[in-house]
Design a protein around this ligand. Structure first.
Ligand code: ARG
Length: 352
């Protein structure tokens, strides 16, 4: 099958579903199918309408089998940036995304869609902390050591605190990478304190408000949008049970256990488990206190239950990845753990 045929197959399937879900008339659907077909025959590709782009992006979220937050798929706001020309345009669009998504702490899900293959972002998320390998171990986030090195090779120099904001790095067309420091004024962060254990503040932990994934491509109806950064809000366990706790991330459990005065000499004291719980309470408490949207894993799981019901109601098949959906803290206390899910790739979707 040639490339053109493949695009048409994917395109027509998408247009059919899209028209069905948005109750388009048979005439409108036939007309759109015909002009998509013509456009593909003439140019090898086609251009989504704004409405197709919006609904397609929402479907991609709905089909993301690793995401527990999908109940809100239909509330995704789409920023159409298929008209960017220059590096300044891209930088401005990325800064704008950070600002509107942060929304003073009341985080709103956004996706910014760039032309199919004009922009290539190197960052995994628009906001992330640098990581440096030193003689005395890693400073910062070990997950970003590679990107941090690449930024420094391009002339950037971080301060070497555990929480240096990485610059944005991206390429437009065939140009080399450009690098832009994030203005501190648009990056909201949350200092971590604990509702009862005051010593938590001595750990000097903080995290950024908004996770904005930038390294996944969005596929809608046979068109691959290589760069389409999107965000939701955090589930606390992502920060408290993974980013701060994983041994290959900030690896804080022993330090948390120490301020809690736990016996770390025997695993049977369950010091890791107790440290994890308090670390997660601290994250939830601090985000809440700062007025930044966050969800706990029990609430997120009940919202996912409603999503499952909603999808069944709509007669759509649900694709879900159990291993990704169970929270890293108390998984068996959520219904997800006890449920069997079919995991398959539905489209539109996001891909690595
Ligand atoms: N787990 C990633 C992180 O800790 C973020 C992934 C997306 N999460 C989200 N709540 N939308 O940074």
């Amino acid at each position: 099958m040639d490339e053109q045929q493949k695009v048409w197959n994917e395109a027509s399937t998408f247009i059919e579903t899209y028209c069905g879900e948005l109750n388009k008339s048979a005439e409108e659907k036939q007309a759109r199918l015909q002009n998509v077909k013509n456009e593909i025959n003439e140019t090898g590709s086609y251009t989504h309408t704004k409405e197709e782009l919006e609904h397609g992006a929402r479907m991609a979220w709905r089909n993301s089998s690793r995401c527990i937050g999908r109940l809100f798929w239909n509330c995704l706001s789409v920023i159409d940036k298929r008209d960017v020309l220059t590096e300044e345009d891209v930088r401005e669009a990325l800064f704008y995304h950070i600002q509107v998504a942060t929304n003073g702490g009341k985080i709103k899900p956004f996706i910014t869609i760039f032309p199919p293959d004009k922009v290539k972002i190197w960052n995994q998320q628009l906001i992330k902390y640098a990581g440096y390998e030193t003689e005395n171990g890693v400073i910062g986030d070990p997950a970003t050591i590679e990107l941090t090195k690449m930024c420094e090779a391009l002339g950037w120099r971080g301060e070497r605190t555990p929480f240096d904001l990485l610059p944005l790095v991206f390429q437009v067309d065939d140009n080399g990478p450009v690098l832009y420091e994030l203005p501190r004024s648009i990056v909201q962060e949350v200092h971590i304190t604990h509702p009862e254990i005051t010593a938590f503040q001595c750990l000097e932990l903080k995290w950024y408000a908004v996770p904005i994934i930038a390294d996944m491509k969005l596929e809608i109806g046979g068109i691959q949008y290589q760069t389409a950064p999107f965000n939701g809000w955090y589930m606390a366990t992502e920060i408290g049970a993974r980013n701060f706790a994983d041994t290959d991330r900030y690896n804080m459990l022993e330090k948390v256990a120490a301020i809690m005065g736990l016996d770390t000499t025997q695993t049977t004291s369950l010091w890791k488990d107790r440290a994890l719980v308090e670390l997660n309470r601290a994250v939830l408490y601090s985000y809440k206190k700062a007025g930044v949207s966050i969800v706990d894993h029990h609430t997120a799981a009940s919202q996912f239950k409603r999503f499952e019901e909603q999808e069944a109601e709509a007669g759509r098949e649900l694709a879900a990845s159990w291993t990704w959906l169970i929270p890293p803290l108390s998984p068996a206390a959520t219904h997800i753990f006890h449920q069997y899910y079919q995991n398959k790739i539905l489209k539109p979707n996001f891909f690595k």
